[in-house]
Design a protein around this ligand. Structure first.
Ligand code: SAH
Ligand code: AVI
Length: 715
C-alpha cells in the first residue's frame, strides 16, 4: 500500500474560498486514511477512541444534518445514520452508545465512502449558490469540526496500533519531533490584558468573548519539557512520591499503575516509545508527549514550577516568545475549562458543540504535530479530562516571580544593593548579580572564547591530575561545590572518583542549577544530587540527610578571585566551618600573568564579555524598573597592579540621569560603575590566604603559561 506523510500540509485560511476549502478538507481526510487497511478502520480500541470508519461517517453526518437535510433538492442518504453517527447532540435524538461504536461492522466501509460522496455532491450544489452569512459560518464550523476529527483519527489510530504486539507503524515516514534549543524562562510583566477571540476570522464559540483579565508578572518557558527531563523526574522517584501529586492524580497513579508516559515501554535499562512511526528509542531532546494533566502538574511541582494559566499562555503566544507553540504537542494549562465572561453558545443544536462540556476538564493550548496545518490559533481552547493521555499533550512550565525571588534568595536585597551601590561616590555592585538566566548563559559563552584561557587551562589541568586529586577521597563522600554553574568541571572529578555518591551544587543562579542538575542526573543515574539555590556568602545549610558523611569541597573557576582579599579570607573560614574538621577543599585559582593576556581575556574581540557586563543593566531595567540605555555605557576591562586584579567597569559615555528601583542616579561623562574584580594569585598570596583562614595547602599544581593553579587544602 502507498503511504503518505502527515501532518497534512496545504494550509487553509479564512481567506480560502469556501468551495475550495470544503473540497480540500474532504480530500485531506481521504489522504489521511490511505495508509490504513479496512480492518484498521473498524476496531474501537477503547471507549474514548472511535473507529476511523465512524469518524468518516460522523463528519459527513455533520454536514448532512446541519446544512443539507432541510434543502428541498437533497435526499437523505440513509435515515438510520442519524442514530448511528450522531455523537452527542441531545437535541437531535438518541444515538449509538459511544463505547459501542466499534460494534458497527455494518454498514461496511464501502457504504460510508459512498455516503461521503453523496454528501459531497449535495455540498457542491449548495456551495454554488449565493449563501447567507449564517450558512457560510455553519460550513466553516463543519470544516473546523472535520479538522478536529482528522486529529482524532491520528490519536485513535496510534492508540489502536499501540495495542498490537507487532507495534506497526501508521507511516514510517511520519516526522519525528525535533529537539528544541536549551530553553529559557521568559519574563512577562502581566498587568491588565485582553484575551479571547474577536473579529471576523473563524473561531469556536468557546474562544469568545474577548475580555479583560489581570495577570501578575510571571515567567514562562519558551520551550516544552523534554523526554530527558522527564526521565530525570522518573529517576528521582517522580511516580512514587505522593508529595508531588494532586490527590486525584495520585489515586490514578496507583489505580492505573502509571510509571512513565502513556506510550513509553521499558526496554531493559532504557525506554522505547510507540509513535506513528512504530516503536523506537526515546529521543532525550524531543518534547515529552502523551501525558495526563496530573502528570504534567506533578512534573511542574517537582521542577519547582507550575503550569501556565491559559491567559498567561495566550499572552506569551501573542507576544511571540514561545517556541514549539503549536507544532509538537498541546500544552496543559492550569486553567479549568470554563465559559468566558459573557459567553453565549450558538443557537440550536450546534450550541451543544462546546458549552455543555464546561465542567471537570482542563484547557490545553497550542496545537500538535497531529493537528492539521492552519487549524489552530493563539486563542484556541482545547480541553480534556485531567486523567486522559491518548491526546498529543505535553508540558510547558511557568513560574511566579515570587518563586524566583525565593529560590534565588537574593532578590529582596537586589534593589537595596543597587540603590546603595549607585548612591556611593564610587559606584559599584556585587558581581553575584551577573548570574540571572541570561548572565549564566553568557558566562558559559565566555568560557568557550579563545581569549578566556582560564576555563580551558583549568579543565586541562584537572584532567591531567584528576587521579592524584581524588586518590584519598573516602568512599561514600559528598562533593560540595561552590558556584557550580554548568557543573562541567565536576564531571572530571566524578569520572575519576565513582565512589563519590552525593553531590551538592550550590549556586545563586537557579536556572544554571536546574539545567546542571537535570544533565547530571541523566549522565550519572546512581549519583544523588541535592542542589542548593542561594548566595554562598550568606548562611548556607547542607542537606541534613548528609550529616556524618565525609565532605569534600570544590571551588573551581577562580571564583575566589571575585571576592576582595578580606571577603575571600572570610569566605574560606566559613567554608571550613561548613565542611567541618578534617575536610578537604579543592580550589582553582588563576595566577598573575602578562597584562596583555589578562586584558584580552576580559575584553574579547567578539564582545561577549561586554555583553555579560551590560547584562547587569538589562537585569536592573527588567527587575527593578530601570531605564539604563545600554548604548550610553562602554565596557572597560583594566589591570589594577596595586591589587593584582582585573577590574570590569561600565563607563558612562555622557552626563546622564538613570532611574532604577524608584531612585534617580546621576552619571558624569567618563564616570565608572565598578561591576567586578577578578583577583589573580601567586603561590605566596595563596599561601597567605590559606593561612589567614585556617587552611593548609597540602598539594598544588600550577600549569605552564597561561598559569592556573589547583590547590588541595586540608584543615
Ligand atoms: N564553577 C564553574 C562556574 C564559575 S562561574 C566554573 O568553574 O566554570 C561563577 C558561578 O558562581 C556562577 O554560576 C554564579 O552563578 C555563581 N555565583 C556567583 N556568586 C555567587 C554567590 N554569591 N553565591 C552563590 N553562587 C554564586
Ligand atoms: C566567575 N568568575 C571567576 C569569572 C572571572 O573570570 O572573574 C567571571 C568573568 N568575568 C568576566 N569574564 C568572566
Amino acid at each position: 500500500m502507498d503511504t503518505v506523510p502527515y501532518p497534512i500540509t496545504g494550509e487553509m485560511t479564512d481567506d480560502t474560498p469556501l468551495a475550495c476549502a470544503y473540497a480540500t478538507l474532504r480530500q485531506q481526510t481521504q489522504t489521511l486514511i490511505a495508509p490504513l487497511s479496512p480492518e484498521d478502520m473498524v476496531v474501537q480500541s477503547m471507549p474514548d477512541a472511535s473507529p476511523v470508519k465512524w469518524h468518516l461517517a460522523h463528519t459527513t453526518w455533520f454536514f448532512e444534518t446541519f446544512l443539507l437535510k432541510s434543502l428541498p433538492d437533497y435526499t437523505v442518504f440513509a435515515p438510520a445514520y442519524a442514530f448511528l453517527f450522531n455523537s452527542y447532540y441531545e437535541a437531535l435524538g438518541p444515538r449509538q452508545p459511544r463505547a459501542q461504536r466499534g460494534l458497527l461492522t455494518r454498514p461496511p466501509l464501502a457504504d460510508i465512502l459512498a455516503y461521503r460522496a453523496h454528501v459531497d455532491a449535495g455540498m457542491e450544489r449548495l456551495l454554488q449558490s449565493d449563501l447567507p452569512a449564517e450558512t457560510e459560518s455553519l460550513i466553516r464550523l463543519g470544516i473546523a469540526h472535520e479538522e478536529q476529527h482528522q486529529e482524532l483519527i491520528l490519536m485513535d489510530v496510534l492508540h489502536l496500533l499501540a495495542q498490537s504486539p507487532l507495534k506497526p507503524a501508521y507511516d514510517i515516514r511520519a516526522n519525528p519531533d525535533a529537539g528544541g534549543k536549551p530553553g529559557r524562562f521568559q519574563l512577562r510583566p502581566g498587568g491588565l490584558v485582553d484575551i479571547g477571540h474577536e473579529g471576523a476570522g473563524f473561531a469556536f464559540d468557546n474562544e469568545a468573548p474577548r475580555h479583560r483579565t489581570w495577570l501578575q508578572p510571571f515567567e514562562i518557558s519558551d520551550r516544552l519539557v523534554t523526554n530527558g527531563e522527564w526521565l530525570a523526574f522518573m529517576q528521582d522517584g517522580g511516580y512514587s512520591r505522593p508529595d508531588l501529586w494532586l490527590s486525584d492524580g495520585w489515586a490514578q497513579v496507583q489505580a492505573q499503575g502509571w510509571t512513565a508516559p502513556f506510550y513509553w515501554q521499558a526496554d531493559g535499562d532504557s525506554w522505547q516509545e510507540m509513535s506513528l512511526r512504530g516503536l523506537h528509542p526515546i529521543a532525550p531532546d524531543a518534547p515529552v508527549t502523551h501525558i495526563s494533566y496530573y502528570e504534567a502538574d506533578a512534573f511542574a511541582h517537582w521542577a519547582g514550577a507550575r503550569l501556565p494559566t491559559e491567559a498567561e499562555w495566550e499572552l506569551a503566544a501573542s507576544d511571540g516568545v514561545l517556541d514549539q507553540k503549536d507544532n509538537v504537542a498541546w500544552q496543559w494549562t492550569g486553567s479549568a475549562y470554563l465559559p468566558y465572561p459573557g459567553f453565549q453558545p450558538g443557537a440550536g443544536a450546534v450550541g451543544e458543540y462546546n458549552g455543555k462540556f464546561m465542567s471537570g476538564q482542563m484547557v490545553l493550548r497550542g496545537g500538535s504535530s497531529f493537528t492539521p496545518a492552519g487549524h489552530t490559533r493563539p486563542t484556541y481552547r482545547n480541553f480534556f479530562k485531567p486523567e486522559q493521555r491518548w491526546m498529543r499533550a505535553g508540558v510547558r512550565l511557568a513560574r511566579d516571580l515570587a518563586d524566583r525571588h525565593a529560590a534565588d534568595g537574593h532578590d529582596a536585597g537586589f534593589a537595596a544593593d543597587v540603590v546603595r551601590g549607585l548612591s556611593a561616590r564610587q559606584k559599584s555592585l556585587s558581581p553575584k548579580y551577573f548570574y540571572d538566566a541570561a548572565g549564566s548563559d553568557l558566562f558559559e559563552a565566555i568560557c568557550r572564547l579563545e581569549e578566556y584561557y582560564p576555563t580551558r587551562t583549568e579543565t586541562a589541568l584537572l584532567t591531567r591530575i584528576a587521579a592524584e586529586l581524588v586518590a584519598d577521597i573516602p568512599a561514600d563522600a559528598v562533593l560540595v561545590e561552590f558556584g557550580s554553574g554548568a557543573s562541567d568541571k565536576t564531571r572530571l572529578l566524578l569520572d575519576a572518583a565513582p565512589h563519590i555518591t552525593h553531590y551538592v551544587p550550590i549556586d545563586i543562579s537557579e536556572d544554571a542549577l536546574r539545567h546542571a542538575t537535570l544533565r547530571l542526573k541523566t549522565a550519572y543515574p546512581k549519583l544523588s544530587v541535592t542542589p542548593v539555590a542561594g548566595d554562598f556568602t550568606s548562611e548556607v545549610k547542607l542537606p541534613s540527610a548528609l550529616k556524618g558523611r565525609p565532605l569534600v569541597g570544590f571551588f573551581p573557576g577562580s571564583t575566589i578571585g571575585n571576592f576582595t582579599r578580606a571577603e575571600a579570607a572570610a569566605f574560606m573560614r566559613t567554608v571550613r566551618g561548613l565542611l567541618g574538621q578534617g575536610a578537604r577543599l579543592i580550589l582553582g585559582a588563576d595566577m598573575v600573568k602578562a597584562e596583555a593576556t589578562l586584558v584580552a581575556a576580559y575584553d574579547d574581540a567578539l564582545g561577549v564579555t561586554a555583553q555579560f557586563n551590560k547584562n547587569l543593566l538589562v537585569r536592573i531595567n527588567r527587575d527593578l524598573g530601570g531605564n539604563f540605555d545600554l548604548d550610553a555605557f562602554d565596557h572597560l576591562a583594566v589591570w589594577n597592579p596595586d591589587f593584582e586584579r582585573m577590574e570590569m567597569h561600565l563607563v558612562s559615555r555622557k552626563d546622564q540621569i538613570v532611574k532604577a528601583a524608584g531612585h534617580a542616579f546621576a552619571f558624569k561623562a567618563g564616570e565608572r560603575f565598578h561591576t567586578e574584580n577578578s583577583h589573580k594569585f601567586t603561590p605566596a598570596s595563596l599561601a597567605r590566604l590559606a593561612a589567614e583562614s585556617g587552611w593548609k595547602i597540602e598539594r598544588q599544581w600550577i600549569s605552564p603559561a597561561p598559569e592556573f593553579g589547583i590547590f588541595s587544602l586540608g584543615s
